[in-house]
Design a binder for this molecule. Sequence first.
Ligand code: PMP
Length: 466
Amino acid sequence: TANEDRRADEAAGDELTRLAERHLVQPWPVSGSIGAEARGRIEAGEGIYVTDAAGRRLIDGPAGMWCVNAGHRNRQLADVMAAQAMELSYNSPWYTTNAPSAVLSARLAEHAPDGIDHVFYTTGGSSAVETALRFMQFANNVKGRPEKKLIVSRQGGYHGSTYLSASLNGRPRDHDWMDSAADLVVKLSCPDPFRRPEGMSVEAFCDFLVEEFRAVIEERGAEHIGAFIAEPVMASGGVIVPPAGYLKRMHALCRANDILFIADEVVTAFGRLGHVFASQDVFGIDPDMITFAKGVTSGYFPLGGVMIAGRLFEELRRSNHSEAMFAHGLTYSSHPVGCAVALKNLDILEDGLLDHARAITDHFQASLKALEDLPLVGEVRGLGLMACVECVADRVSKNPLTLDLEVGKRIDRHCQELGLLVRPLINMCVMSPPLTITSAQIDDMAAILRKGIELTMDDLAREGLW
Ligand code: PMP
């Protein structure tokens, strides 16, 4: 009977929870529950929705981790994976190549800024960032300037979880208990206009940020700085859209000082900001390298990569060290299945999804911006199909709510009851839904988020916390 089926399902679900608790180490765990943690299980996905273990259908507000751009359960993506696996599931990139990676590279080069015409494929974003940095180190060794290797990143940034990429991260929690290659990195201020110094205009704040970089270059010497890395819009740091002109001016400083500009587009590429790459099409800059991952396969396959300007190779070919090997490669570099999925995903983007994402952006941003009338909300900001609702204890002081209140988690819990998955980030809720979201679905999402914030305000007031 139906009841028996349901009981069997529940028992199977409990068993899965038990297995995960006993044997699965979750990412980003805390010591108190490491290796013994039960997390909510997602069982299925379709379009912008996922279904959890309790059978609730939820809007996938963060599109997984900013990655399910073409939406869940896309038949074309699933079919192409199966077909490629049957044709050629793997080849060694050590001495062979394959068709999907060749075609994909040419297609990506068409979308990248002029001159950025090569790709090195990795398994995700961290390995893409790691590759870009190791390439900078290698190139400077070959060019006879091994001292030019410092990497400049920013407070608030996130670039990955391998040793070197994680060393660039600028969120306090990333370093509290972790070692890093701190001596290789210099961190600049976070370009967050909402938290600029009091009394300073946004324009003056932008001047301050650029001057800060200039001062670092002067102090450390351009001959010691190899690269500047930046997310065009900081994602995990809370969707920080920098002041107008900031990226162009930072880019100009890099060019003037022979510092490589690495745009970390792991989140901002593949339609999130309405274009395949945002660097040139949105911000008017042409970086020397662009790292990407996530949306390149809409999360259907773990793939990432670095777009590299061809002129960087010409310099190496002209050097005296033609035997110097860039001793860096991954078993899954140029994976044929990953590249085949990425090609189909690119077709989907070109055949209307980019247009749709651009068309829906204003409605998306306006619907969320309207939440600024809620007293708990300090600011709603965003660009393209990424936005952040930042809650504050007090709108005048902009004091963030303390971590203990876990206000994002509270909002998330209420929203999940109402049909929306939020990605809580301390006091912030980040929204970056699948690009397939419709106008009506945006209205649903914003209405649920409003209700979730209202219920959280009630709770905090009742508990005397706010
Ligand atoms: N760079 C940025 C901007 C990211 O947001 C992330 C992941 N959130 C990474 C790099 C690391 O990517 P991955 O988790 O695929 O290694």
